[in-house]
Design a protein around this ligand. Structure first.
Ligand SMILES: [Zn+2]
Length: 576
């Protein structure tokens, strides 16, 4: 349980800001990676920039010195230059802004590797015209008969030029020779005629048995419209039929995924469900010294029936966390406990039954007894109340105060519930589904959707909270799109979907430093600070000063993980 203490006093990480100068320097360079430079000297210096450190004082600096995999010092150009030796590499940032590597506290990262190379992703695409061009191009490279598909991460409301659903005829015209399946979040899937044919969905014939009853939409004459609709339950069986990459391409697909994440500025993830086959690949990359994301697994023995609850209890008691390191580790039980209480994504209300909550409590009791942290899917008002009632009861027997229990997603949370969580010493993993689902949520919840999530209420409550996307299906994955949403209340495409916005500083803190806490790495990650790991992102424009509507357009030009360049767009060259 070493990381459950709240001390931030790792060796070399605590610095006083000296009165004479502003430079913040590690007292003992804490680098564990081999370093070429003599003691006290930097391996790499980034200077002439705007370093948004996101430390506790939100310090802005000019330059940063890196030694091995850690930050050696942060300060003015002059101060940092003094740390250069004959072997120090230098990068002139040319005035560009730098932030810590972005952390997503809840993403289904490893699962996405199974399809990423084949998926045509629409994350952040704001034009239908562009989406159509992308489909045409993909149909061409796939050739006749090849699938053109994606599994979530977008919704048609993001297309500013023409925000309407795709029709079967339209998709037939775009790709007449290819099956097309476009999954809009977990809400619905748009199929063309070739895809319907591939799935055996026909006019005048009953629905194939492996689709959820009623999910295949037909017109008055019984002709399938191409729409499959009905939340996760209806879309999952469709996704399961789409081609996965063959086993010999799983590594290439996962590598493409990691590159896309680095390109977006992401360096660390809380990973919901660490699939063993993909994790093995990540372990291999780590051993070879080129793993470019940090993976903190959210996993555990969830149960779907009373019998499974009995079976999961001894597994909970045996569960071991924190056997890994700063690249890969298991850190928290989640994201489901008793799955009948797992809120469907587009349900408008929930009705948890006392006997279900009793089973949930049995498991939660065991989790607390084992001293484990918890990160649990909790979305709707009644579910959150039900869980908090159980946690109150658990807390009386096994206090959870220092166990970092978090409710995850929490789009429908309200102020009294946040207060209850604070009293219990809990945290909020906020996953704003409205970033792409805002339009859909407004159809379901009406004006109530304007407070889903209630970001300002959460921020002003003082609860410790951080951002996750819950991608790659439920949501898009680009952190600067999430930050744009948090600051403007708008979806990509510009539709205003929430009214409780927060400051850019608070939004960035929630996507970096606060998230370091939520992935149990606050000693090492989340800020550009001496002693912390040198994970940082150089931006093409200044997040703090550009017009808010442009935050989504920020493109990282360089992403660094542990002092290594994981991604760059070629605009920097280093010199000695
Ligand atoms: Zn979830």
């Amino acid at each position: 349980m070493r990381r459950l203490t709240t001390t931030i006093a790792a060796a070399g990480a605590v610095l006083a800001i000296a009165g004479a100068g502003s430079m913040i320097r590690a007292q003992q360079p804490a680098s564990r990676a081999s370093s070429a430079a003599p003691a006290g000297q930097a391996d790499l210096i980034l200077s002439n920039g705007k370093i948004i450190t996101v430390d506790e004082r939100f310090t802005i600096a000019q330059a940063v010195a890196i030694r091995g995999d850690r930050v050696l010092a942060v300060g003015t150009n002059q101060e940092i230059t003094r740390l250069a030796g004959p072997t120090t590499r230098r990068i002139d940032l040319g005035g560009k802004a730098v932030t810590p590597g972005l952390i997503d506290n809840h993403m289904h990262l490893l699962r996405a590797g199974n399809t990423w190379l084949k998926e045509l992703r629409f994350d952040g695409v704001e034009s239908r015209k562009q989406a159509i061009e992308m489909m045409r191009a993909r149909a061409k490279t796939e050739g006749p008969g090849g699938w053109v598909f994606n599994i979530g991460g977008w919704a048609h409301q993001q297309f500013a030029d023409d925000p309407k659903p795709f029709t079967r005829d339209e998709l037939d015209r775009i790709a007449p020779d290819n099956p097309v399946a476009l999954q809009e979040s977990y809400y619905q899937v748009f199929l063309n005629s070739r895809a319907l044919e591939a799935f055996g969905i026909k006019a005048g014939a009953p629905d194939p048995g492996d689709f959820v009853k009623g999910s295949i939409k037909r017109d008055a004459a019984g002709k399938p419209t191409g729409v499959i609709m009905g939340d996760i339950a209806a879309t999952r069986p469709v996704a399961a039929k789409l081609p996965k990459v063959p086993p010999d391409q799983l590594e290439a697909s996962s590598l493409a995924l990691v590159k896309d994440m680095n390109r977006a500025g992401l360096t660390t993830f809380g990973v919901a469900g660490c699939n063993a086959d993909v994790l093995e690949i990540f372990q291999k990359w780590k051993a070879q010294g080129h793993l470019n994301v940090r993976v903190f697994c959210i996993g555990g023995a969830s149960a779907g029936s009373p019998e499974q609850v009995e079976r999961s209890l001894p597994q909970i008691a045996q569960m071991k966390l924190y056997q890994g390191d700063e690249f890969i580790d298991n850190v928290v039980f989640g994201e489901s406990v008793y799955t009948p209480l797992h809120d469907p994504m587009f349900a408008l209300r929930s009705d948890p039954k006392p006997e279900q909550l009793a089973l949930w409590r049995r498991m939660a009791m065991e989790i607390a007894k084992a001293g484990l942290p918890l990160h649990v899917h909790a979305e709707l008002h009644n579910t959150i109340d039900g869980f908090l009632d159980q946690i109150d009861a658990v807390n009386k027997e096994y206090p959870i105060k220092n166990l970092r229990w978090a409710l995850a997603h929490v789009n429908q949370i309200n102020a009294p519930q946040i207060e209850r969580m604070k009293k219990l010493g809990m945290y909020a993993a906020v996953h704003p589904w409205a970033v792409i689902n805002g339009g859909i949520m407004h159809e379901g919840f009406g004006d109530g959707a304007f407070d889903m999530p209630p970001l300002a209420t959460i921020q002003n409550s003082g609860i410790n909270w951080g951002f996750g996307s819950d991608g790659t299906a439920a949501n898009q994955t680009l952190p600067f799109t999430t930050l744009y949403f948090a600051v403007t209340g708008k979806m990509p495409g510009g539709m205003k979907v929430i009214r409780q916005t927060i400051s850019r500083e608070d939004a960035l803190i929630a996507h970096t430093r606060k998230n370091a806490f939520l992935v149990f790495q606050e000693d090492s990650l989340g800020a550009i600070q001496p002693g912390k790991l040198a994970d940082l992102v150089v931006l093409d424009r200044d997040y703090l000063t550009i017009p808010a509507d442009q935050i989504k357009d920020i493109r990282p030009v360089m992403t660094m993980i542990g002092g290594r360049i994981a991604y760059d767009n070629g605009s920097f060259s280093s010199t000695r």
